[in-house]
Design a protein around this ligand. Structure first.
Ligand SMILES: Nc1ncnc2c1ncn2[C@@H]1O[C@H](COP(=O)(O)OP(=O)(O)OP(=O)(O)O)[C@@H](O)[C@H]1O
Length: 248
């Protein structure tokens, strides 16, 4: 269980201090996904940076299974907006990068399995510059799943993709995620993405960013749900809540 208690984060810019996140309380159960949606600048990336150990100057507590989160010791997968691939390494090397940095051995079979799950067979020797955006995203996902992280952090991972590719990769993600069931935080600007991929949906308001609503999403995990009327209804409800919240 990941517990965030009264997390407050500030930045100093041009000798002025300001608060980016104020008193965040959140919980993420093992094997749960949480979609975070909020207006631009409300601190979504800041929250992920705290969880990734990039920002260490904060007040409040972040605990994993009752112990303070220690990103250097735990396995934290981080998928940034630009996929975070190294252009001079090929697909295979990029996929193995996370485990290599963490000095973790993975069998050839485990690597091939994740390559197969993400539909990357035959592309292993290509370089990121020779791949489409969707393929690069698959490599980034393969790298994270191979690491078998305790926590997966995704910062608008599908935002650079066109609408059809985005839906396809979201589907692939959900499908592969189910076999790994990694606790996941996903920052998104897309209401449909939050409803499709978030078991829990957190609406942040800003500024400073604060948790405004936490919704349990009964539609999570149903791969064909996008064609169903409940999906549209849930998206409408979420849109309405967001509009009310952000117009305050
Ligand atoms: N390194 C930094 N130094 C100073 N201020 C920063 C820094 N990084 C972010 N900020 C500020 O902190 C606030 C929160 O930024 P953050 O990037 O977390 O927001 P966000 O919700 O992810 O935004 P977006 O949706 O536009 O990506 C913003 O006002 C931003 O300008």
């Amino acid at each position: 269980m990941l517990r965030i208690k009264e997390l407050t984060v500030g930045y100093t810019s041009q000798e002025e201090n300001y608060t980016a996140l104020a008193g965040i309380n959140l919980e993420l159960a093992p094997g749960e996904t949480c979609a975070i949606i909020g207006p631009s600048g409300c601190g979504k990336s800041t929250l992920l940076k705290v969880l990734a150990g990039i920002i260490t100057d904060f007040t409040g507590q972040v605990e994993m299974n009752g112990q303070p989160l220690r990103p250097a010791e735990q396995q934290i997968g981080f998928i940034p907006q630009n996929y975070g691939l190294l252009p001079w390494k090929n697909v295979y090397e990029n996929i193995c990068l996370g485990t290599k940095i963490k000095k973790q051995a993975r069998s050839g079979q485990a690597i091939q399995e994740v390559i197969g799950q993400l539909g990357l067979g035959g592309l292993e020797k290509r370089y990121p510059g020779e791949l489409s955006g969707g393929q690069q995203q698959r490599v980034s996902l393969a790298r994270s799943f191979l690491l078998q992280p305790d926590l997966l952090l995704m910062d608008e991972p599908f935002s650079a993709l066109d609408a059809m590719t985005r839906e396809e990769i979201q589907h692939v993600f959900l499908h592969v995620w189910k076999t790994h069931a990694v606790s996941t935080f996903l920052v998104t600007h897309h209401v449909e993405e939050a409803v499709y991929l978030g078991k829990k949906i957190v609406i942040l308001s800003g500024c400073p960013g604060q948790v405004s609503q936490v919704l349990d999403n009964p539609l999570f995990g149903q791969e064909a749900v996008r064609e169903q009327a409940e999906f549209f209804r849930m998206c409408l409800t979420l849109r309405k809540l967001i509009k009310e919240d952000w117009s305050l």
